[in-house]
Design a protein around this ligand. Structure first.
Ligand code: NAD
Ligand code: ZN
Length: 359
């Protein structure tokens, strides 16, 4: 088991990573001082696979366990579902000290976190992430939200969990395309912050496909540890945390233009390739490094290009996004693998030229 501590002033919490963490949920919550009722929020497919492990553990530590299921899918990360959850929690007589446990991927984590942040002005929130993306990214950092209409994550808050238990065994039932989706974020951490992690991935991609336990634990804990380090420096995402958006400038635009039909990991993979090539064209990143990044992306099963999308539409979507950053399109560029910088002055002709190579 690996432990990552997140230090955010009064919000300090631990992320515990390893096989069998769900079986320890009960004792871990008990150690934190929780007693009485615990509410698990999940979806039917995840709950049928992993719910019993968590609930048996909680019951044997003396908790009364209630589970609430939300249908599977991004479209259920909504105010309407949040409303149903408030009602069920109130029927269960959940009160101020009742912990809400999110058992699932990023969708369940974001929705359950939003409900935990707002029900009775906030109840304790525990993350039990079961997708690779949730274990390496969404379960730590405190961003909770629901979508509204076509707007993603538009209603939300910063609300840190009290504990994150990432059971790496849950990867066994995760569909491989979902695993690969999460790997895009893992590659991202290596490229922007950790050359050694990048090299491990280069050597270990085949092992990962067969889910070597030790390597998996190492990769998840390194990734989430890197994220935690950045979140500690910039909890509210007003500066340094932007660096985690490497590959996401173009990636988000691709997702938008495809009407979210292209998966996040695939879009970010192509976005990472674009940011690498732009960095190279600007004389920042050596050519061999661009090649290494692209090979790792390909070997992981992610795309390096998405033919068929219109360059002009991607550029429009990026223009639309830029209001977030004082009217500039913000790129995360690379000096080398393991060292990134934030830039607001990338020449848009260079971006267009790069997109023509990739789309
Ligand atoms: N809060 C943040 O900081 C943050 C960061 C990144 C992404 N997100 C959000 O996360 C969401 C995407 O998360 P995701 O990729 O985990 O998607 P997801 O939650 O939809 O999970 C993907 C699929 O895998 C299934 N699944 C999950 N774990 C499983 C397991 N162990 N076995 C079998 N099936 C399993 C789910 O039921 C689902 O069908 C998006 O809504 C995104 O906005 C949030
Ligand atoms: Zn992402």
């Amino acid at each position: 088991v690996k432990i990552v501590k997140v230090n955010l002033g009064k919000n300090c919490y631990e992320i515990k990573i390893g096989p069998g963490m769900l079986k320890r949920a009960g004792e871990e919550l008990f150690k934190l001082g929780f007693r009485g009722q615990a509410v698990i929020i999940s979806n039917p497919s995840i709950y049928s696979l992993w719910g019993e492990k968590a609930s048996v553990s909680l019951k044997s530590a003396g908790f009364t366990v209630s589970a609430i299921e939300v249908p599977d899918g991004e479209e259920y990360k909504s105010l309407e579902q949040a409303g149903k959850l408030y009602e069920k929690m109130s029927q269960l007589q959940a009160e101020r000290r009742t912990p809400v446990l999110a058992l699932g991927g990023g969708v369940i984590g974001d929705l359950a976190g939003f409900v935990a942040a707002t029900y009775m002005r906030g109840v304790p929130f525990i993350q039990l992430p079961t997708s690779l993306l949730a274990q390496v990214d969404s379960s730590a950092g405190g961003k909770v939200a629901v979508n509204h209409g076509k707007l993603k994550n538009i209603i939300g808050s910063f609300y840190q969990p009290g504990l994150v238990l990432a059971d790496t065994e849950t990867m066994k039932t995760l569909p491989s395309h979902e695993f690969i989706n999460g790997m895009a974020e893992v590659i991202k951490y290596g490229v922007i912050l950790d050359r050694d992690l990048f090299q491990k991935l280069e050597k270990g991609t085949t092992q990962l496909k067969t889910l070597d336990e030790t390597l998996l634990e190492e990769i998840v804990s390194r990734s989430i540890g890197l994220k935690a380090g950045i979140v500690e420096k910039d909890e509210r995402d007003t500066g340094m945390r932007n660096i985690l958006n490497y590959g996401h400038t173009v990636g988000h635009a691709i997702e938008t233009v495809s009407d979210l039909k292209i998966k996040h990991g695939n879009a970010v993979a192509v976005g990472m390739v674009a940011a690498g090539r732009i960095s190279e064209k600007m004389g920042l990143l050596p050519h061999q490094e661009t090649v290494r990044i692209e090979s790792l992306i390909l070997n992981t099963g992610l795309p390096v290009n998405i033919p068929g999308l219109e360059v002009s539409k991607i550029l429009d979507a990026m223009e639309h996004d830029k209001k977030k950053y004082n009217g500039k399109v913000r790129f995360i560029l690379l000096k080398t693998i393991g060292d990134a910088l934030i830039s607001d002055d990338v020449n848009m002709d260079l971006v267009e030229q790069t997109l023509r190579e990739l789309l």
